[in-house]
Ligand binder design. Structure first.
Ligand SMILES: Cc1cc2nc3c(=O)[nH]c(=O)nc-3n(C[C@H](O)[C@H](O)[C@H](O)COP(=O)(O)OP(=O)(O)OC[C@H]3O[C@@H](n4cnc5c(N)ncnc54)[C@H](O)[C@@H]3O)c2cc1C
Ligand code: FES
Length: 261
């Protein structure tokens, strides 16, 4: 992990509150693993004082760049959305443990901006010859991200929107359950892992589905981060082994270990 000033080489708006930003950094591009994140100082002023964490969506070691997807939520991400190509921001990364692709079949479940770390995971899993199925959940068609990109990589993609404007109507967890009912019969001894990122209620539902089906499940958890490196103990998540730090022990955890209630 290093701290460096990274230049913005591309920055575009994807939907009313969704943005994609590309930074130049040889180190992060070469060392990042899917599921890891960077912690960004979005301003040189006193506020916001704390860095803002964003997952690494893709990295390109040849070009020396990495890409983030983000949603504007409050002051920090609003400030970030105004930054121009060519300007530099101070970035700490790559941070966190990341996903490990262990089994032959990877089922990726994204809720909203939860697609951010899963794009990188899909690409790496396909590179290592895994079968990748992606479930993308969004409120409506305009907020569905990465569908074409994932298909062109070779992933099988199911989209679910809450208003039914694209793909299946309803929650992405319903699409996952429906898929598993049929798919379970054809798994044929191959082992399967579910990887999920999204709002906590969605992660809890995915963890329950995985447990019912006896599948392994890894979830990327969110918390408010302060230091981002395990020093302040401000980002605790309650697990069966006690409190763990999202920034250092995570953000990826075994879903079985999380105390969801
Ligand atoms: C490891 C990690 C990876 C992340 N990756 C991404 C990513 O790839 N893309 C992305 O868009 N976002 C991601 N986030 C969330 C992102 O960091 C927050 O949305 C951002 O820090 C909000 O900053 P802000 O200044 O805009 O909002 P603030 O002004 O700090 O907050 C505004 C309001 O938003 C809510 N909020 C803010 N941060 C969080 C949070 N972490 N969890 C729950 N609610 C929150 C609170 O209700 C708060 O009152 C990630 C978070 C973590 C911990
Ligand atoms: S943010 Fe300080 S320990 Fe995680």
């Amino acid at each position: 992990m290093i701290q460096e000033n990274c230049r913005i080489v591309d920055h575009s708006q994807l939907a009313p509150r969704y943005f994609k930003i590309v930074f130049s950094s040889d180190h992060i591009a070469k060392t990042a693993r899917p599921g890891q994140f960077v912690n960004i100082r979005v301003s040189n002023e006193l506020t916001p004082l704390l860095r803002r964490p964003l997952s690494i969506h893709q990295s390109d070691p040849e070009k020396g760049t990495f890409t983030l997807l983000y949603e504007t939520i409050g002051y920090g991400t609003e400030l970030l959305s105004k930054k121009l190509v060519g300007s530099e921001l101070n970035i700490l990364g790559p941070l966190g443990n990341g996903f490990e692709v262990v089994n032959d079949i990877a089922l990726l479940v994204a809720g909203g901006m939860g697609i951010a770390p899963l794009g990188f995971l899909a690409r790496e899993a396909i590179k290592s010859k895994k079968d990748v199925y992606c479930f993308i959940g969004a409120k409506n068609e305009g907020l569905v991200l990465c569908e074409e990109g994932l298909k062109s990589l070779g992933a099988k993609v199911t989209v679910a929107t809450e208003d039914g404007s694209r793909g299946e109507k309803g929650l992405v967890t319903h699409s996952l359950e429906k898929f598993l009912k049929d798919f379970r019969l054809t798994i044929d001894g191959k082992r399967l892992t579910i990887y999920a990122c999204g709002p906590r209620p969605m992660l809890k539902a995915v963890a329950a589905i995985a447990a019912q089906n006896n599948f392994e499940c890894r979830v990327s958890m969110e918390a408010y981060l302060a230091c981002g490196i395990g020093a302040c103990k401000g980002c605790a998540v309650d697990t069966i082994e006690g409190y763990r730090m999202v920034c250092k022990d995570g953000p990826v955890f075994d879903a079985k270990g999380i105390k969801w209630e």
